[in-house]
Design a protein around this ligand. Structure first.
Ligand SMILES: Cc1ncc(C[n+]2csc(CCOP(=O)(O)OP(=O)(O)O)c2C)c(N)n1
Length: 640
């Protein structure tokens, strides 16, 4: 295709079919335009930057060579898929990324047929691509399953579980290992050292070398002996790769920014390889944008930024973040107790543990993207007398649920769970929301579950957890900044299972768990203004529940409303169960529960998310008025 030199090539490419009409020689220019478009868009929206920049050429090459969407392309995590979105019909909406009603920051099935599988949690791509490949095999479809997985994501056990089963897919499965030698932070562990060795011990693969190897792989009886000799020789020379041992044909390393190498290698993988194939592509995170190249970890995810300077928009100085307060409080505990140690699953900066590592490197463990291992590792540490804090986001702890139940709770081991990003998470959307931790933890025998109402409470909870040796204990706190309350100079040890009255009244009792307390207090002001005397309690614990306090409030108030930032099955369920077990509802007590709605809430601005969820002060007032059968003017209606 010859384009008008004045027209950017990217303007001629709305879908991969347009891309495939270009000559190979035009692809580098297209890649540069795609990179510039992505930088400009993320400058306006914020979001994931470094990972997408690193796969611009790879994105172009995959769509050029493979027959997407019939070939099912699965991006692991999906945070690197912005260039993919731009050339799969979504360029006109790319500046809506992560905004309410706009494009998701990850792949999403409902967005495009080019996103055959949604993601955001890592290391699922090989399993999903294998599913596509095998389904096609069974139904006679011709499409392949293609997984693009990063070296960080490759540290999770699930990737190996999938590879262990891959043989059945034959050559319908292609795994592209995108090795940029970075997770969000520098990668950890034996696998990353192994990949580095592979890359340094072999020259980048070019078509010529690949073709030589492929010819030896052809299924020709005459070549079998030679093939065996070749494999033997390769094994002797550089060791059979781990991936070969798992049944993959290993190709690489390939320079992931050189389209002259990438395209022919992928074409050969598409056409000539017999079994499942793993292409090891080496890329640079942040490629082509100097500030991101210079600090790949800082530009993994960004705020809006100035494209010329790379400077990110700073949020107004305000209260410290919950994450920062947690890290500081934990460091203070570790200073007085050398048994305290901390575990993160590849999120040292996200959990604040980077600061802890700086002080106590020998007591911090980054286990890689391996939440399951992290939890059982903590259980082992606890069983041997250490006091481990597992700092894992609510959403990622879901992956380690069996370990929480089987390895920690059943054995009643004192593992401390610091659960960050509990509740709604704004632009990261449904996949990252911490909606379920109270439900899945407070149903477990032995488990203590707390929720911090503000950052001062968080400090008390870290202290309480540090001193709690009799079994597992968890505390949850949200994304973002605290309320600005002063932090305690000396942390308090909270009495397990005891809440506190924050404001006393006589008619309505609002039972709050966690940071909706501020809205409950606002609602109490508005109810008082209507002449409805309101008590506000911060329960602090959902398990064990402060039954004595709740019983007292139930016997002295007309309406009880529970408020929490979690799904059904949390505080509301525990309070209702207690009330009905004790027959407290028999006398006509009105109990209402306010919680997250029964839906996966899309990405949006946090305040709008709370409005959608119905968890702001006006919703609380409305709920109370309805329960009292008042009309909106506050006048009591006749009871039915
Ligand atoms: C189960 C799970 N744990 C943690 C994360 C948070 N996370 C998002 S991207 C990422 C790093 C991924 O590294 P890699 O696969 O190498 O991709 P890159 O960003 O380097 O392209 C992590 C830890 C996640 N998405 N899923």
């Amino acid at each position: 295709m010859t384009a008008d030199p004045a027209t950017p090539l990217l303007d001629t490419v709305e879908f991969p079919a347009d891309l495939r009409r270009l000559a190979p020689g035009q692809l580098p220019q297209l890649a540069e335009e795609l990179r510039a478009e992505m930088i400009a868009a993320v400058g306006q929206t914020g979001g994931h930057l470094g990972s997408g920049l690193g796969v611009v050429e790879l994105t172009v090459a995959i769509h050029y060579v493979f027959n997407t969407p019939e070939d099912r392309l699965v991006w692991d995590v999906g945070h690197q898929a912005y260039p993919h979105k731009i050339i799969t019909g979504r360029r006109s909406r790319i500046r809506t990324l992560r905004q309410g009603g706009g494009l998701s920051g990850f792949t999403k099935r409902s967005e495009s047929e080019y996103d055959p599988f949604g993601a955001a949690h890592s290391s699922t791509s090989i399993s999903a691509a294998l599913g596509f490949a095998v389904a096609n095999q069974l139904s006679g479809g011709t499409g392949k399953g293609i997984a693009v997985i990063g070296d960080g994501a490759m540290s999770a056990g699930m990737a190996y579980e999938a590879m262990n089963n891959a043989k059945q897919a034959g050559n319908r499965l292609v795994v592209i290992l995108n090795d940029n030698d970075m997770s969000i932070a520098p990668p950890v562990g034996g696998l990353s050292a192994y990949l580095a060795k592979l890359v340094s011990s072999r020259p980048f693969l070019e078509l010529r070398q690949f073709a030589r190897r492929i010819s030896r792989r052809l299924p020709n009886v005459l070549h079998r002996a030679a093939k065996r000799t070749d494999e033997f020789a390769r094994g002797m020379a550089m060791g059979g790769t781990l991936f070969e041992e798992l049944g993959f044909y290993y190709v690489g390393p390939v320079d992931g920014h050189n389209l002259d190498h990438l395209i022919p290698v992928l074409e050969n993988v598409r056409d000539a390889v017999e079994g499942p194939c793993l292409v090891h592509v080496v890329t640079q995170k942040g490629k082509g944008y100097a500030p991101a190249e210079a600090a790949a970890d800082k530009y993994h995810g960004v705020q809006k930024f100035d494209v010329i300077t790379g400077e990110q928009v700073k949020s107004a100085p305000g209260a410290p973040s919950y994450t920062g307060v947690f890290a500081q409080a934990l460091a203070a505990e570790a200073a007085r107790d050398d048994k305290i140690c901390a575990i993160t699953a590849a999120m040292p900066s996200g959990t604040g543990l980077d600061k802890f590592t700086a002080l106590y490197p020998e007591r911090t463990f980054d286990v890689g993207i391996a939440e399951q291992h992290g939890v059982t590792f903590a259980a082992g540490l606890a069983a041997q007398g250490m006091r481990p804090f597992c700092a894992i986001y609510s959403t990622f702890l879901q992956r380690a649920y069996d370990q929480v139940v089987h390895d920690v709770a059943i054995q009643n081991l004192p593992v401390r769970f610091a659960i960050d990003r509990a509740g709604l998470v704004g632009a990261d959307g449904a996949t990252h929301a911490g909606s379920f931790d109270v439900t899945y933890l407070a149903s477990l025998p032995n488990m203590v579950v707390m929720a911090a109402a503000d950052e001062a409470e968080l400090v008390h909870m870290v202290h309480t957890a540090a001193l709690h040796d009799s079994g597992p204990i968890a505390f949850r706190y949200p994304r973002g900044n605290g309320t600005g309350v002063p932090l305690p100079a000396v942390p308090e040890r909270l009495e397990i299972g005891k809440g506190r009255i924050v404001r006393s009244g006589t008619k309505v009792a609002l039972l709050s768990l966690g940071t909706r307390l501020a809205e409950a207090l606002k609602a109490a002001d508005q109810l008082e203004a209507r002449g409805l005397s309101t008590t506000v309690a911060d329960l602090r614990f959902v398990k064990p529940l402060d039954e004595e306090l709740i019983r007292r409030l139930m016997s002295t108030h007309e309406v009880i409303v529970t408020i929490e930032e979690g799904a059904i099955g949390g505080l509301g369920a525990h309070v209702l169960t207690m009330a009905s077990d004790e027959g407290l509802t028999d006398a006509g007590l009105r109990i209402r529960t306010m919680r997250l709605p029964d839906l996966f809430q899309d990405h949006d601005a946090p305040d709008r998310q709370y409005d959608t969820a119905g968890l702001n002060a006006p919703h609380i007032v409305e709920t109370v008025l309805k329960a009292l059968r008042h009309n909106s003017a506050g006048v009591e209606e006749a009871r039915a």
